[in-house]
Design a protein around this ligand. Structure first.
Ligand SMILES: [Zn+2]
Ligand SMILES: [Zn+2]
Length: 320
């Protein structure tokens, strides 16, 4: 099937009869249709991001993007890692913030409602109820192994066991059916850096990847990994190739916690995807998946020099 903006058959969802024209096709000013979305970005509500949402939108326009899907960290009950997420009573503020930005940029930039939800065993029903409270376009499912609650529950002093537990949780997240894409899906490498073997890990996690492929859930290629302890995207090339072999679709996100990172290193992400054998990236609107060709994405981006300047600056590692 050609990529273009042709919608895929739905993964595991009922046939939504998607409309090809649902995707906006703005102009980048460079002659190529704007097709790229930043599908992972945050707001100040999560307490570790900076900048007004309008600044993120403005940077997206400067990069030639068609839209942004705001995916801030979801609230969690019981004070669970409350220092890196919006409070429960801020959830409506979040919805209003995204809606106001959508209205302010109507006709210029497509602003979509998403959420980055933690997968933590025992909280599935809480997340499910949260997702009923608004019409989300896109939901990321994340395992954050560096958070204190996760470490307290699952770090037993054995890096190999911890790594397996992390990928087991990713597979469980996929099997909940709650999420469209699994965010930064080898984040654990930064916790087990000394024993991480990028090539060697693939045979150890094939069972987990098979389960994710069977669940029909996407995985994310997250460019913020370039600025972390193991300085490569999440996932790295070996896992990305193993995903491609299994037909796991990929969403691309910068995980921007400041406006200047919107669309950051997307050109490099497309290079890695192409090297792994991918021809398309996926994105979601109304929880339905669409595909866009990597070539179209690449042709529509602008502001590359600025993105490279970001690279030279060195960026603060993302905390959650
Ligand atoms: Zn995350
Ligand atoms: Zn974060």
């Amino acid at each position: 099937m050609p990529c273009s903006t042709t919608p895929d058959p739905p993964n595991h969802r009922p046939d939504p009869s998607p409309n090809n024209d649902a995707l906006p096709r703005g102009s980048t000013g460079a002659g190529s249709a704007a097709v790229v979305y930043e599908t992972h970005l945050h707001t100040t509500l999560c307490r570790h991001a900076t900048g007004d949402l309008s600044e993120y939108a403005d940077h997206a326009l400067a990069r030639g993007l068609a839209g942004i899907t705001v995916t801030c960290h979801c609230p969690m009950p019981d004070g669970h890692s409350a220092h890196v997420r919006m409070a429960e009573d801020e959830f409506n503020t979040y919805l209003a913030m995204v809606a106001d930005t959508r209205d302010a940029y109507a006709g210029r930039l497509d602003v979509r409602l998403g959420l980055e939800c933690d997968y933590f065993p025992g909280y599935e029903s809480y997340v499910e109820n949260l997702l009923w409270r608004a019409d989300f376009d896109f939901v990321l499912g994340s395992v954050h192994p560096h958070l204190p609650e996760y470490r307290d529950a699952y770090w037993m002093g054995d890096p190999t066991a911890f790594k397996h537990g992390y990928f087991e949780h990713l597979a469980q997240a996929a099997e909940t059916g709650l999420f469209d894409s699994l965010a930064h899906p080898d984040l654990v490498k930064n916790m087990v850096r000394d024993t991480w073997n990028a090539q060697g890990v693939v045979p150890a996690i094939t069972g987990y990847l098979d389960r994710i492929a069977h669940a029909g859930v996407c995985m994310e290629l997250n460019t913020s990994g370039l600025y972390k302890a193991v300085p490569e995207m999440n996932p790295g090339p070996a896992i990305l190739r193993a995903m491609q072999v299994r037909g796991i679709p990929v969403t691309v996100g910068a995980d921007a916690h400041r406006p200047e990172r919107v669309g950051d290193r997307f050109e490099d992400a497309y290079d890695q995807l192409a090297a792994a054998g991918y021809e398309c990236v996926s994105l979601f609107q109304g929880r339905e998946r669409y595909r866009v060709s990597i070539d179209a994405c690449r042709a529509s981006l602008t502001g590359v020099a600025e993105a490279q300047a970001n690279k030279a600056d060195g960026l603060q590692a993302h905390r959650a």
